[in-house]
Design a protein around this ligand. Structure first.
Ligand SMILES: Cc1cc2nc3c(=O)[nH]c(=O)nc-3n(C[C@H](O)[C@H](O)[C@H](O)COP(=O)(O)OP(=O)(O)OC[C@H]3O[C@@H](n4cnc5c(N)ncnc54)[C@H](O)[C@@H]3O)c2cc1C
Length: 404
């Protein structure tokens, strides 16, 4: 029987949009179903109401020229020429109520003695605390690195798998090293989603997924149903476990055991004249109620400055978060020009995660079901797209020619 779509993707974060892009390039009729009202997931450029289009990033803020799959998609969409250089500004530590230099927490002698171990210490299968404590020294890990890593992954870093934190990838020399766009990173998911060859439906609740002859039936919250020959789940692991069709019981249990870290993000904007703070990339918190703050100073605006504070969940009420953030910025809360709140989520991976991925892949082998996300290789945008590309190649075979 003819299916409604060749390929349905559930989830319109970068993983799902990448999966849709790769199948649409192959000429497949592709539909993306997203439960929220917007595409992009953790890529969320937040425009402040009433501030003349001034924005800050409430999630992802930087892409690199080592993001080969992302750059391939950007090439397809004519976006590569539009990348925006980021002004170089440094991070500061926020410790014991003071902003301090990164160097103040570094134990140089210990780093020099430990560093040769970089060439002999295996990374795979190690906890972040064990691996980096060894190659840069225990005190460097305790006083600096664990906080810097927590700032990146917005969760406690000690038990995270070392190999999932930073992956070496080849760089593209024709693209600047670190980039954004003049209107922020949301340009990327929006451009993928607005291609004519991909249909995207937002605000859709998927109630059940059932295998049917040569494909799947997707039941929606409004009582209607859709059919497809291939399905890709591109949602966080708790949702993927809920949506796993019958026949994948063991994989469902494996996926359900992957935890998520919740992050309460507070975005704040101020008039430039109301802040004494010198330009900075952001704050790495050493202890305290937030992991990190990321500023918009990488793309200076003549009127406003913006910040995203990533708070631990459930510790402070919104008013207390504002007080803590303003204290860290050295500004009176009465000067806030606009503010917003975002709930971010990232997977809380654990050492040994590669064997979890192996189990999932063994269960999926030979099926028409793909699963992608930032919970396979690592949380960076490129890690997510690398998984989407691999799943696309598994389901549909490698792309043999550019379809344009
Ligand atoms: C604060 C922060 C800063 C970051 N900074 C960077 C950075 O600078 N550079 C970088 O490379 N990476 C960064 N990352 C990581 C990166 O942004 C994410 O890992 C990546 O965007 C995740 O994409 P995803 O599609 O896998 O997941 P998500 O973005 O979480 O997307 C999942 C999508 O599925 C939808 N969904 C969930 N359940 C359902 C359902 N039942 N039905 C339908 N849809 C559903 C969600 O609404 C969402 O749109 C950052 C992340 C955070 C949170």
């Amino acid at each position: 029987m003819t299916k409604d779509f060749d390929h349905i993707v559930i989830g319109a974060g970068i993983s799902g949009l990448g999966a849709a892009h790769f199948s649409a390039r192959r000429g497949l009729r592709t539909l993306v179903l997203e439960s929220s009202q917007r595409v992009g997931g953790c890529i969320k450029t937040h425009p402040f109401a009433g501030l003349d289009g001034f924005w800050t990033e409430a999630g992802s803020h930087t892409c690199f020229n080592s993001y080969g799959n992302l750059l391939g998609i950007m090439d397809d969409l004519g976006l590569t020429a539009a990348v925006q250089t980021k002004t170089k500004v440094g991070y500061r530590l926020w410790k014991d109520g003071k902003r301090r230099s990164i160097g103040s927490a570094l134990h140089l002698l210990e780093a020099a003695v430990s560093l040769p171990r970089l060439f002999t210490t295996p990374k795979d299968g190690q906890r972040v605390a064990d691996y980096y404590g060894r190659v840069l020294g225990r005190r460097n890990y305790r006083d600096l690195l664990r906080h810097a890593f927590q700032a990146v992954i917005c969760q406690d870093a000690d038990d995270y798998p070392a190999e999932a934190l930073f992956r070496r990838k080849p760089r593209r020399k024709d693209v600047i090293k670190a980039f954004t766009f003049a209107d922020g990173l949301s340009r990327i998911p929006q451009a993928i989603a607005s291609q004519e060859r991909i249909e995207v439906r937002t605000g859709v609740h998927v109630s059940a997924v059932t295998p049917d002859a040569d494909g799947f039936r997707i039941d929606l919250g409004d009582g209607t149903a859709l059919t497809c020959a291939y399905l890709t789940l591109a949602v966080p692991p708790d949702q993927a476990a809920r949506l796993m069709p019958d026949g994948f019981t063991a994989a469902r249990q494996t996926i359900a055991a992957i935890a998520m870290a919740e992050i309460e993000t507070l975005t704040l904007a101020f008039r430039v004249s109301d802040l004494q703070l010198p330009p900075l990339a952001g704050l790495i918190a050493v202890g305290g109620s937030f992991y990190s703050a990321v500023s918009r100073d990488f793309l200076p605006d003549s009127t406003y400055r913006g910040f995203a504070f990533h708070f631990r969940p459930g510790e402070l009420c919104p008013k207390e978060q504002v007080t803590v953030a303003c204290q860290a910025l050295g500004v009176d809360p009465r000067h806030i020009a606009a503010q917003g709140e975002t709930h971010n989520r990232l997977p809380a991976l654990r050492a040994g995660h590669a064997s979890v991925v192996d189990q999932i892949d063994r269960a999926l082998a030979g099926s028409r079901l793909g699963i992608t996300g930032n919970w396979f290789l690592g949380v960076s945008i490129e890690d997510a797209l690398t998984r989407s590309r691999r799943e696309s190649d598994r389901l549909f075979g490698p792309e043999t020619k550019a379809l344009g």
